[in-house]
Structure formats: structure tokens, C-alpha cells
Design a protein around this ligand. Structure first.
Ligand code: NAD
Ligand code: UFG
Length: 349
């Protein structure tokens, strides 16, 4: 039995809620802070239903210094998983200040509160979007970084801040150094196998998988495939899709690594969390149809601004250093997405 208590920021969200399940199932105590700007408290009730365990919830904003200080005083937090943030690329181009304030300033406030409470283990939700365009389509952690939109830049800036924070320890010879894992997600999809928690986007989805499943169930009329003239095997965009449950297992592995010999003297390290193989938009549609027996009505549309043709992860480092690799196949990701969609046609509403 693990008695450690983990603060999960953004724990009511899509990935955070799956992380809460995984943490509780692994014997951790869980405290959630979420301002519910993109989620509902019902999600947390379902996390408790799945696990048969309870968690502590604070409805608050991570930019609220007083609220954070209170949480660190009230709860014996040992580490933080930081998911809270805004994540829509298009919206970040329209509202850059909102994105920098929420994602960058929010993380500064959190890191200050952690520092004051002497809680210095942090697992951060970064993104493959920090790489930008690259010479190779298989991204390794040592590739140059160069995000191409404000959302990606918030992730890049937070990574830089956290690297600086960790480097400062070596200058001042800190007694309790920062231990930080920057987890660069590729394309998380899927849902918990119970069908009780899953992705519940507001309004019309931006991302492929929720869009496809809403077309298949009849909520949306037709999928637009953004471009069939990319230099890829079938002309459509290729991405590395990863099951959200595999993804959050990677977080628990990262947390364990932060407590191990490897991070004994502290450090800040980035890891790709991807399956290591790419599927095209047409692959996704075809597999979705096979797995669900439904037809996905689609048309070919112009390319979406800012999309790259193809990229996927080199996940070797996470395997070598965290002992983690993605286990679930595309079929599982789609079956679990569909199960969630059918059981919750209106999401959590
Ligand atoms: P989500 O929107 O479902 O979850 C984010 C949660 O954070 C929500 O519950 C929201 O209410 C909360 N939140 C936002 N700002 C907050 C604030 N200032 N204070 C308190 N709570 C706040 O998103 P998700 O898909 O679960 O993503 C989680 C993290 O992973 C985000 O940081 C996102 O940028 C990152 N990420 C997501 C993807 C993806 O494709 N889903 C890919 C790469 C990285
Ligand atoms: N696509 C369509 N039609 C749609 C939606 C998407 O054809 O309606 C295509 C896109 O052009 C792309 C692929 O499906 O080729 C995947 O698109 P998503 O919007 O699902 O995902 P992205 O790869 O664009 O971006 C996602 C997250 C980002 C994150 C990135 C990390 O949305 O936040 O993965 O790799 F940064």
C-alpha cells in the first residue's frame, strides 16, 4: 500500500481523470485542484465509482496563490501531476494572452507554492507540439524544439522554466532538489474500459477521434478529412495515437522514477509518451468502421492551417528509463472510445 499523496492539477479533465484512476488503483491518495473551466465535477464522482476509493477535491484555480497554499497546508502532498491548462491550438492563436496567463503564469504560481511547501517532485503535461517541424518524422527527445503556435509555445516556455528551476539547484547545491519529468504526449485517444470516463469536448470537437465518433453516432453529419495531398502513404496526415490509459500509466512510471536512484540528485528530463507508430486519417476511419460496424461519412477538405504531414514518437527513452511502453492497439483505442460514446452520447451532461 502506497501512502503517498499526489496533487493532481486539472484532475477533472480528460487525461487528469484517467490519471486519478490509475493513481488510486496503484494505492496513492489523490487530491485534485480544478477550476472546472473545461470539465465537470461528475467526472470525479465516476473516478470514485470506478476505483471504489475517494479523493479530495478543491474547486479552485491554480493561479490562486492563497488556495494553493491552503491545499499544501491542509494535505500532506508529496508530488504533483500537473495537467491543468488550456489546450486548443486554434483558440490559442485567437487568445494568446489567455493561454500564456493560464498555462505559463499558472505553472509559475504552482511552482512557487510547491517550493514554499518544499514539495519538489513534478510530472508535467507537455506535448509533442514543442518539436515543431523537424528533419525526421520520428521525434526523439534531443531534437531541436520550435513550436509553431501559442499553445505549443506555452508548453515550450514551461519546459524552459522548469529546466531553469532544476538547473538552479546545481548552482546553489540544494538539499532537496527538484525532480521533474516533462512528458511529451503524442495524440491521446480512447477512454477507460468501463465507459464511465472519457473525452467530453465542449461544442464541436477539434480533434479527429471525438469528431469521428460523433459522426458515427449521428451527432455530426460528416467528417472533413483535412487534406489528401500530403507526402504520406495515402495523402492524409499521420499521427501517433496513444491510449489514454497507457498514457497515464506512463505518468505513474515517471512518478516512480522521480523517487528512484536515477533522480537521487534531482534533475529535469523530457520523455516522449507515444506508441512509436503512425496511423493516417484514412487508417483511423477504416479501423473505426471495422471495429464499430458503423459507417463514418467523410469528405476530403482543404488542409488545416498549421498541420504537419506526419510525425510519431521515438518512445525508446521512456522504455529504457521509465520501464514504460504503450501496450494497447488501435483497435482497443477505438473500441473504448466507442463504448464511452455510446454510453454517454451527451458526455457528462
Ligand atoms: P482537459 O481540458 O480535459 O483538462 C484540463 C483540466 O484543467 C480541465 O479539467 C480544466 O477545467 C482544468 N483547468 C484548466 N485551467 C485551469 C486552471 N487555471 N486552474 C485549475 N484548473 C484548470 O485537457 P486534457 O486533454 O486532459 O489535457 C491535460 C493536459 O495535457 C493539458 O495541459 C494539455 O495541454 C496537455 N496535453 C493534452 C493533449 C491532448 O491531446 N489531449 C496533448 C498534449 C498535451
Ligand atoms: N483531422 C482531420 N479532420 C478533423 C480533425 C483532424 O482530418 O476534423 C486530421 C488532422 O489534420 C491531423 C489528424 O487528423 O492530420 C489529427 O488531428 P488532431 O486535431 O486530432 O490532433 P493534432 O495532431 O492536430 O494535435 C493533437 C492535439 C494538440 C497536441 C498534438 C500533440 O490537439 O494539442 O496532438 O501531438 F499538441
Amino acid at each position: 500500500m502506497n501512502e503517498r499523496t499526489i496533487l493532481v492539477t486539472g484532475g477533472a479533465g480528460y487525461i487528469g481523470s484517467h490519471a486519478c484512476v490509475e493513481l488510486l488503483a496503484s494505492g496513492y491518495q489523490v487530491v485534485v485542484i480544478d477550476n472546472l473551466c473545461n470539465s465537470k465535477v461528475e467526472t470525479l464522482h465516476r473516478v470514485e465509482r470506478i476505483t471504489g476509493k475517494s479523493l479530495q477535491f478543491y474547486e479552485a484555480d491554480i493561479r490562486d496563490k492563497k488556495a494553493l497554499a491552503e491545499i499544501f497546508t491542509q494535505e500532506s502532498i508529496t508530488a504533483v501531476m500537473h495537467f491543468a491548462g488550456l489546450k486548443a491550438v486554434g483558440e490559442s492563436c485567437e487568445q494568446p494572452l489567455n493561454y500564456y496567463h493560464n498555462n505559463v503564469y499558472g505553472t509559475l504560481v504552482l511552482a512557487e507554492a510547491m517550493s514554499e511547501a518544499n514539495v519538489k517532485q513534478l510530472v508535467f503535461s507537455s506535448s509533442a507540439t514543442v518539436y515543431g517541424e523537424s528533419a525526421s518524422v520520428q521525434y526523439s527527445e534531443d531534437f531541436p524544439l520550435g513550436p509553431i503556435n501559442p499553445y505549443g509555445r506555452t508548453k515550450f516556455m514551461v519546459e524552459e522554466i522548469l529546466r531553469d528551476l532544476s538547473a538552479a539547484d546545481t548552482i546553489i547545491g540544494a538539499q532537496s532538489p527538484w525532480k521533474i519529468a516533462l512528458l511529451r504526449y503524442f495524440n491521446p485517444i480512447g477512454a477507460h474500459e468501463s465507459g464511465l470516463i472519457g473525452e467530453d469536448p465542449n461544442g464541436i470537437p477539434n480533434n479527429l477521434m471525438p469528431y469521428v465518433s460523433q459522426v458515427a453516432i449521428g451527432k455530426l453529419a460528416q467528417l472533413s478529412v483535412f487534406g489528401d495531398d500530403y507526402p504520406t502513404r495515402d495523402g492524409t496526415g499521420i499521427r501517433d495515437y496513444i491510449h489514454v490509459v497507457d498514457l497515464v500509466k506512463g505518468h505513474v512510471k515517471a512518478l516512480e522514477a522521480l523517487q528512484s536512484e536515477k533522480f537521487k540528485s534531482g534533475g529535469c528530463k523530457a520523455y516522449n509518451l507515444g506508441a512509436g507508430r503512425g496511423y493516417s486519417v484514412l487508417d483511423i476511419i477504416k479501423t473505426f468502421e471495422t471495429v464499430t460496424g458503423r459507417t463514418v461519412n467523410y469528405k476530403i477538405a482543404p488542409r488545416r492551417a498549421g498541420d504537419l504531414a506526419e510525425y510519431f514518437a521515438n518512445p525508446e527513452l521512456a522504455y529504457k528509463e521509465l520501464g514504460w511502453k504503450a501496450e494497447k492497439r488501435l483497435d482497443d483505442m477505438i473500441a473504448d472510445t466507442w463504448n464511452w460514446q455510446c454510453k454517454n452520447p451527451e458526455g457528462y451532461a
